[in-house]
Design a protein around this ligand. Structure first.
Ligand code: ADP
Ligand code: MG
Length: 342
């Protein structure tokens, strides 16, 4: 076989399905855009596990009408300018690739209005290009609708066939996690069915109660650790289950680093090991932690999904966090022993 140049359309679809592997990846991207826009009220609508519709309505800054023409082109962003900016990224997005990718494998429509604009604008997109634009009535904020995800990538549709339920659960899980870390009200509506699922509350604990129930919320310790300048750790806050909490369902770890939802194997392992000294065998902890780290000490540009961040001095950071949580757990333990003795 001779080597030939791939058709640009094929290149775009291959790249898009790499970034957007399933509906939850698309939802996470547009949810993060709303959070980057400072939204405090976010309404999500999902049809057929996200294959038919993924829609996010926010009350954020909105998109300037003149920017709509390039919104879904590749590498267009309002967040990153120079390579140096990557060292101190404080937004969730920065690559300007998400909406472009999504528009190659779905039908995207946008309604947006900035504070200054007199009217809202509705725009539609196919394969990176805006195909129509018109003024319509609307309030400040943005509605992004993704329809018929993967309609033109048959192999992906086949691979995900019949997974509508699982996909919805994954979407709801990401929404709930973000809702716990961010102030504001989040709601998720499935297939136009009845009332949407609303996650609201004044504190992260209120939201944990809403999502995971009183059996979790009643056995939580509030964590507030001072940072350690020498390793760039500014603060650690959150809620962790106490030694009385007994879940057999498996551990639930929710980690945010600089308000970005991440998975950290190192943190997970360290904390799991700590709990094994305080809870009976077969019991698993609930852990929600928000770490603030000097932004020039973390690398967010590890993977397109941005699920991982690289932390400088990771071992020391994990040790500090684990030691901090241990203080709380051992205090509780000491309190219990005291009660038993007296
Ligand atoms: P990135 O988030 O990496 O910049 P995206 O493709 O996700 O790339 O979005 C491109 C741009 O579109 C963003 O930089 C932002 O300016 C704008 N945008 C997207 N969604 C919203 C939204 N909900 N509110 C305001 N601006 C948005
Ligand atoms: Mg983005």
């Amino acid at each position: 076989m001779r080597i030939h140049r791939l058709d640009p359309d094929v290149v775009s679809k291959v790249a898009a399905t790499e970034i957007i592997g399933s509906p939850v990846n698309a939802l996470k991207e547009i949810l993060e855009n709303s959070l980057d826009a400072g939204a405090t009220n976010i309404e999500i609508a999902v049809k057929d596990g996200g294959f038919k519709l993924l829609q996010v309505t926010d009350n954020g800054d909105g998109i300037d009408q003149e920017d709509l023409a390039i919104l879904c082109e590749r590498h267009t962003t309002s967040k990153l300018k120079t390579i140096k900016d990557l060292e101190t990224m404080d937004t969730l997005g920065f690559r300007g690739e998400a909406l472009a990718s999504i528009s190659h494998i779905s039908h995207v429509s946008v309604v947006s209005k900035t504070k200054q604009a007199r009217t809202a604008t509705r725009a539609e997109y196919e394969a990176g290009k805006m195909t129509s634009q018109k003024p319509i009535a609307g309030v400040q904020g943005t509605v992004i609708a993704i329809k018929d995800l993967f309609f033109n990538t048959p192999s992906r549709v086949k691979a995900l066939k019949g997974r509508s339920n699982e996909e919805y659960q994954k979407i709801l899980d990401v929404v709930c996690r973000y809702a716990i870390n961010y102030a504001g009200t989040f709601s998720c509506r499935r297939d136009n069915s009845g009332q949407p699922y609303v996650i609201a509350g004044a504190t992260a604990k209120d939201k944990i109660r809403r999502v995971y129930g009183p059996s979790v919320a009643n056995d939580l310790i509030e964590i507030n650790l001072e940072g350690d300048e020498s390793i760039g750790l500014k603060s650690v806050s959150g809620y962790v289950s106490n030694a009385d909490y007994f879940s057999k369902k498996g551990a639930n770890f929710i980690f945010f680093v600089n308000d970005r939802l991440v998975s950290s194997e190192a943190l997970r392992r360290g904390i799991q090991k700590l709990y094994s000294q305080y809870v009976p065998k077969g019991a698993f902890p609930f852990v929600f932690l928000s770490l603030k780290i000097e932004s020039d000490r973390i690398d967010v540009n590890v993977h397109p999904s941005k699920r991982e961040v690289r932390i400088l001095d990771e071992t020391e950071v994990v040790d500090t966090v684990v030691a901090g949580i241990e203080q709380y757990l051992s205090n509780q333990d000491a309190g219990r022993k005291y009660k038993v003795q007296s």
